[in-house]
Ligand binder design. Structure first.
Ligand code: FES
Length: 93
């Protein structure tokens, strides 16, 4: 079976987004990935300030941008749903 594509999750690491929630989100997401054995499914990374600090914190999940999510549980929900959608897609490789 072909290896599944990894879901790219990027948190804005600019000082504003980091202070507004992405610092807590980063540690919660690392714990979520480790506790659920998702190291092979999720690639956690960061990106620089997008210049949209006033609507942050910002993040991208699978290339889709999300803003203003302060609760790490909501981010985890988005990741879980996106992984479900990826699993439901037919494997065309
Ligand atoms: S710090 Fe995230 S958009 Fe500026």
């Amino acid at each position: 079976m072909a290896e599944k594509e990894k879901l790219q999750v990027e948190l804005c690491m600019g000082s504003s987004c980091f202070a507004r929630g992405n610092s807590a989100a980063l540690s919660d997401l690392e714990a979520y990935i480790n506790e659920n054995g998702l190291e092979d499914r999720v690639e956690l990374g960061g990106h620089l300030c997008l210049g949209k600090c006033n609507t942050g914190p910002h993040m991208r999940v699978g290339g889709k941008e999300y803003s203003g999510i302060m609760d790490p549980a909501c981010i985890i929900d988005i990741i879980a749903k996106t992984l479900e959608e990826m699993d439901a897609e037919p494997d065309l490789h």
